[in-house]
Design a protein around this ligand. Structure first.
Ligand SMILES: [Zn+2]
Length: 89
């Protein structure tokens, strides 16, 4: 369960709310953008926190995108290769 009332440690005025964020990584030769990534987002300052499981999946998405050597690759969370999402045993 995600706690919905965790205070934001940065602005001390907002709370972390379940939401989505856009994750961008610059690979040097190009940029990979992953949209609609589940994250906790501060409702005041907008800072986002990506959980470990989500970050691990992001790494997989970026690793796959890297193989294409794109100038710009935009992936929507959930649209990634299904092998990424089916790793739980
Ligand atoms: Zn905040």
């Amino acid at each position: 369960m995600i706690e919905s009332s965790t205070p934001c440690p940065l602005c001390h005025g907002g709370t972390k709310q379940p939401g989505t964020t856009t994750f961008t990584v610059d690979l040097g030769f190009g940029v990979v953008v992953v949209r609609q990534v589940p994250a906790l987002v501060c409702d005041l300052c907008g800072t986002d926190w990506i959980e470990d499981d989500t970050a691990a999946t992001l790494e997989e998405i970026v690793a796959q995108a890297r193989l294409k050597h794109p100038e710009l690759e935009v992936v929507r969370w959930g649209d990634q290769d299904h092998t990424v999402a089916n790793q739980e045993t």
